[in-house]
Design a protein around this ligand. Structure first.
Ligand code: GTQ
Length: 350
């Protein structure tokens, strides 16, 4: 409290607080400045993880525990400012998942929504309600909330992907439900790629049974690298780069033109070699993955070197600038769509 009070009134107020506390009553005037801040003061910190370091620990965990024993064999990327919360921002979760040849990650469903961004390997699949999506490096795969999903790996070599979930947001809303299927895998319902044929071509089915399936507004769940990288390269060949984003595209939900899922937005960017962006802040908390190239990112004045596979978190209202040494390709996911729905999205450019 910044107003000046004489000692007598201070003592009487302190006495009042003591009497009120057992009744669970508290004076707003002692905490108002902390509750209603002039600009966001995220408890999350900017942070960087080197892919080599994560990979080494993840492969070691693969020697010690199977995917089935772990249910999901994942190393959580925990924000240093949010210890013990399994959160990379106050609203988002990030983890790196490993699946080895012959393993399965058993089928379950939950009210959290997830995206998978493939870091390395091939031959593994994610099945959503019994339809497999075979995963290749830098593919984006969704397991929207409420949908049964399991993972398997009939191929060769380790398969590693980034899990991006809205776990902290769902926890905040006290809206978490989860259950496991009795069987380890969901019975096959559709040929791999069949949803992509119906919804992944800027079209949607008309008056067929396919249009009526219960997908809770999020039909498409596979955005292959082969397609998005082609779109981004074409864009880069035809436009001058935006001063803050370079060449950038957002992944869309074909059913409504909005973000890929109600709680998670995702997109990709390409910065030409030697390109440096302006400084940008926004209320979205974003997790970035280096898909190709090298360079550095400056977040709130701290500079972090970037190599392929590295992961960086930029919390709400942090001031971010990118520099590409070699042509820099980035994937990012954030809570932007949620903030926009709540009229809380704001950004500023310098
Ligand atoms: O694959 O369902 O990294 O439920 C964390 C929680 C992955 C998953 C995670 C999960 C999952």
């Amino acid at each position: 409290m910044s107003i000046m009070l004489d000692n007598d009134r201070k003592a009487q107020l302190a006495h009042l607080y003591d009497e009120m506390r057992p009744e669970h009553l508290y004076p707003l005037w002692e905490v108002l400045a902390k509750l209603v801040v002039p600009q966001p003061q995220s408890p999350a910190e900017p942070a960087h993880w080197s892919y080599d370091t994560i990979r080494r620990h993840l492969l070691r965990s693969g020697d010690l525990i199977s995917a089935e024993e772990a249910e999901r064999r994942v190393l959580i990327l925990e924000n240093p400012g949010l210890p013990g919360q399994s959160a990379i921002t106050p609203r988002l979760y990030a983890g790196l998942q490993l699946i080895l040849p012959g393993e399965i990650a058993p089928c379950h469903r939950h009210s959290q929504s997830a995206l998978r961004f493939v870091m390395e390997g091939e031959g593994a699949y994610t099945a959503v309600d019994g339809e497999k999506a075979f995963m290749n490096p830098f593919d984006l795969i969704l397991t929207p909330n409420g949908r049964w999903h399991d993972h398997g790996h009939p191929g060769k070599g380790p398969m590693i992907w980034l899990d991006g979930l809205d776990i902290p947001l769902v926890r905040y809303f006290d809206a978490g439900f989860a259950d496991r299927l009795e069987e380890p895998t969901f019975p096959e319902q559709a040929a791999p790629g069949s949803t992509r044929m119906r919804f992944g071509r800027n079209m949607r089915p008309v008056r067929s049974a396919a249009a009526a399936t219960d997908v809770r507004g999020v039909p498409l769940f596979h955005y292959p690298y082969a397609e998005w990288s082609e779109a981004l390269a074409a864009l880069a060949g035809h436009e001058t780069p935006d001063p803050w984003f370079g060449h950038a595209l957002e992944f869309l939900n074909p059913a409504d033109g909005g973000p890929v899922m109600p709680t998670i937005s995702a997109g990709v960017r390409l910065l030409p070699a030697g390109f440096e962006t302006g400084l940008r802040r926004s209320t979205e908390g974003a997790v970035h993955v280096v898909v190709e190239g090298s360079g550095e990112v400056e977040i709130d004045g701290e500079t972090m070197a970037l190599e392929q596979g590295d992961i960086v978190v930029a919390p709400s209202w942090s001031s971010t600038r990118w520099r590409a040494r070699k042509r820099l390709g980035l994937f990012a996911y954030s809570d932007r769509g949620v903030l926009e729905k709540l009229n809380l999205f704001k950004e500023s450019f310098e």
